[in-house]
Structure formats: C-alpha cells, structure tokens
Design a protein around this ligand. Structure first.
Ligand code: ATP
Ligand code: MG
Length: 455
C-alpha cells in the first residue's frame, strides 16, 4: 500500500495546526542529528516529524536529551536512505540512525489494527495487552495510539508547524496529563503507562487527570505481568533522572510503589520513620548529584530502597540465633531474589548492593586493623555514604557516622596511634561518644587484637 497516499487522504477534524509564528519551537534547540534525519527523509519525499517527548519538552522551553522521529517511510525505506542506520526491535520494529554518540529513533506511523481483531498480521494483542505492534498506518492513527495527549504532538519539518490531533497543546499549557482514549483499555494494553504517568508528572511538574489516575488501584496489580527488564529501565528513569524524590512520593501516594518495590512498601508500612528519612535523603542527594552533572549508580539507589527489609530480616534471624554474617547474607539474598522478580536488577548491581549492606555491621568494628582494612575496601565510599544516611536509626549510628567521618580526615599515623590505645576515645570528635557506639564492639573483640598492626 502507498503509505504516503493513505496519509494525505486521512484528515481528522480535530487536527489543529499551529504555525511557526505561534509556537516557541526553534530549530536551534533541536539536535543537528535530528534535523539531518528530518530533512533527508523530507527531501526523499516522505513525511517527517519530530514527535513525542521532544516536542512536548521543546514547547515547555526545555532541552530534550533524545529526539524521536515519526515518518511514513518503512524501516526498510529508512535503511536505504541512511548508511548509518540499523533496524532494531521485534515487538516494535524501528530504525536507529546513529551519529557518533547520538541515536535518532525513526519509527514508521503505526496503525491501530482493525477493531475486534485480536491478531491482525503483525499487531498482536493478548488479553488486551499489546505484545507486538508493527502495523503501519497514518499519522492520525499514530497519534491516537500514543499514551498521553501531550506526547502526541508532531513538529513538521516541511513548514515548522506543530500538528496537534488530540488536544496536546492545550494540555501542555494546562500542565496536565490526559490519556488518549479509555484509560482502563489503555492501561490494560500496557500497564507500564501507569508508571509513565507518574514519572512524567514528577518530571514535568504536571498533574495527572483524575480519569487517568482513577484505575491505578484496580489495575496496579497488572504491573506484575510487565517485563522485569522493562521495569528496571523504567525505575532508572523514575529515580535516577533528577526527579527521584518526587517520583517516589508520587508512586507511594498513587499506591503503585508496592507493585514495583513490594519490600520497600512493606517496610514503610511498618511506620519506620528512619527508613523513610533514609530513602528520602538518598533520593534527594541523588537528585542533587544529577543536577550537578555528577554520576549516580543504580546499585546505591536500590540498596537504599531495599535496606529496611534487609535490615529487619537480618535482625530477625540474628534474634533467632543465626550468626551475624549468615543472617546478613541470607537477608540480602532473599530480598534481592524477591525484588528481581519484579524489577530485573542486573547482577553487577545486586552484587554491589550486597556489598554495601554487608559492610554496614563492619563499621561497628573499630579496632585498628579492621578500620584500615575497611577503609581500603573498594566499596568503602558507597558504604560510608550509606552509613551517613542511616543516621536517623539511632544516636549510636549517627555517632558512628561522625566517628568514621572524623577518622578519615586524620593523617594515617595519627589515626593509627589513636586506634592503638585508649587514645582512640580522645581522638574521637568531641561530641562523638562515637566511642560509645564504637567502644562497645571494641571491648567485645579486644581479646583478638593481640599483636601490633603492620598496616
Ligand atoms: P522522556 O522525556 O522520558 O523521554 P518520552 O515521552 O519522550 O519521555 P519515551 O519513552 O522517549 O518517553 O517515548 C517517546 C514517545 O513514544 C512518547 O512521547 C509517546 O508518544 C510514545 N510512547 C512511549 N511509550 C509509550 C507507551 N507505553 N504507550 C504509548 N505510547 C508510548
Ligand atoms: Mg523521549
């Protein structure tokens, strides 16, 4: 079928075209790579639009980090036009055009498939869920299968106008997220849209329209069927993109947290204020780091989110007489195993999380040899930052944090001397009866510290 012809014939009465002089989108704020793709497609006779989050963010005056293009060219057509192009995806086939580190995603307009037909060629729906979506269609059809109205705006490279088929421009002005179509149907098609609602509301400071948030309670459990790998990606976008604290609060308020992080929701429900403060501080310092352009690690984030359950389980086992190391490692393993059924955290991150957790009890052992050994542990910094977040758990933990903070600032010899004798207490920061917290384990283990430490 000639897609171009189909495209031109389909006119929608709802279409509103906003000409260049009536909107703020300037080509200056569109990446060179995206412009090249748009122009090349257009010169070859195809329709070419910037679409989705980039148009939304440009209208809001933001600087999008990724640019998506929609076109009536098929992926194979696109491949012929660009040497630097690869075709990807099976569930949702599209073309990636690569310029250095920048990838422009070029998607062919999707059709909606015929009403009532569950398996129409390459559009596959199981129990209302879209599992494959490769039926080409018109721009109008492409607009209505997008999730939110604000995400269904098209910037036309041929005349620099914005095409709005569903009222997205008004929603951008009103700062509201409306789903396109019937919310329940749209969430059943793809439950991750519920998380996208929360994420975009947090990121953009938008409210979620009542009709779009109403089904969360009933349909939240559908998230259990979402692919864990996809939920991992989504959780990074929720928590590591600079608006983590807000995302977290909204997820909890909306009742969706428990479907993504059941252990976190359970621990918070036990009314653990110290845990809430640990999570909130962890997320807000992560947000600050993102704002400053510093690196952030998923391992630390997940260690923060799951700490409450790990700690409580470990303590419960120790109370039953299980050895401390064994209790911590069992607790970590159990919590990680449960979490990974929902959110597929890659092994390299769970490994680091387990290290951060297992180092926590070691901060209580402040004999000279152990102090220096812990300080040179590759995960010391992360584990120490984590200890500081735990300050609300008890005065002893707060003092322990202060003690280690102080200890790190001392010259090696001073610290070594202090740790060799009773000077340890004198060298501790004035308010740090840290020594109290620290002295306890010290006393317990003194016997084992028999010979001078060579480190
Ligand atoms: P971000 O600012 O995080 O990139 P975004 O809206 O651009 O937000 P993407 O995941 O990059 O999100 O998706 C690009 C566009 O694809 C969206 O704007 C939307 O039009 C469409 N889209 C993405 N995910 C879905 C979905 N689950 N259902 C329907 N449309 C979707
Ligand atoms: Mg995007």
């Amino acid at each position: 079928m000639n897609l171009k012809a189909r495209n031109e014939n389909d006119a929608t009465s709802a279409l509103r075209i906003i000409p260049r002089e009536q909107h703020v989108i300037s080509r200056k704020n569109i990446s060179k790579a995206a412009l090249r793709v748009l122009y090349r497609l257009n010169e070859a006779g195809y329709a070419a639009y910037l679409v989705g989050g980039a148009v939304r963010d440009l209208l809001l005056g933001g600087h999008p980090k990724d640019f998506d293009v929609a076109t009536n060219a098929t992926p194979e057509d696109v491949k012929k036009l660009f040497r630097n192009c690869r075709l990807i995806g099976r569930r949702f086939r599209l073309a990636h055009v690569v310029y250095g580190s920048e990838i422009i995603e070029v998607a062919t307009f999707r059709g909606t498939g015929e009403e009532g037909v569950a398996n129409d060629g390459d559009r596959h729906v199981v129990d209302g869920r879209i599992v494959r979506d490769n039926v080409w269609g018109t721009i109008e059809e492409d607009a209505v299968r997008r999730d939110f109205r604000v995400n269904a705006l098209y910037y036309d490279i041929s005349d620099f106008s914005v095409r709005d088929y569903v009222g997205g421009v008004q929603d951008v002005q009103d700062r509201v997220l409306h789903l396109i179509g019937d919310p329940e149907t749209r969430y059943r098609e793809d439950p991750v849209r519920m998380l996208r609602a929360v994420r975009l509301a947090a990121k953009l400071n938008f409210r979620i329209d009542a009709a779009a948030s109403a089904p969360f309670d009933d349909l939240g459990p559908l998230l259990a069927d979402a692919a864990p790998a996809r939920l991992f990606d989504e959780s990074l976008k929720l928590f590591l993109a600079g608006h983590g604290l807000k995302s977290f609060r909204m997820l909890e308020q909306c009742g969706l947290l428990r479907f993504m992080f059941p252990a976190t929701a359970r621990a918070l429900k036990r009314g653990d204020d110290a845990l809430r403060s640990l999570i909130e501080q962890g997320l807000s310092s992560t947000d600050e780091r993102v704002a400053e352009g510093k690196s952030v690690t998923p391992a630390f984030l997940f260690a923060v989110l799951l700490w409450g359950e790990v700690r409580d389980l470990a303590h419960a086992w120790m109370a039953k007489g299980v050895d401390s190391n064994e209790a911590w490692s069992r607790a970590s393993m159990n919590v990680v195993a449960e979490q990974c059924q929902r959110v597929a955290i890659p092994r390299r991150f769970t490994f680091t999380m387990e290290e951060i957790w297992s180092l926590q009890p070691r901060f209580e052992q402040v004999q000279r040899k152990r102090v220096f050994r812990l300080m040179t542990h590759p995960r010391f910094r992360a584990a120490f930052d984590f200890l500081l977040l735990r300050a609300g758990e008890s005065p002893a933990i707060r003092e322990l944090g202060q003690w280690w903070d102080h200890a790190q600032k001392l010259p090696h010899e001073t610290l070594a001397a202090a740790l060799s004798g009773s000077a340890a207490v004198a060298e501790a920061p004035p308010q740090a009866s840290a020594s109290q917290a620290a002295a306890k384990p010290r006393k317990r283990r003194r016997r084992r510290k028999s010979k001078p430490d060579a480190s």
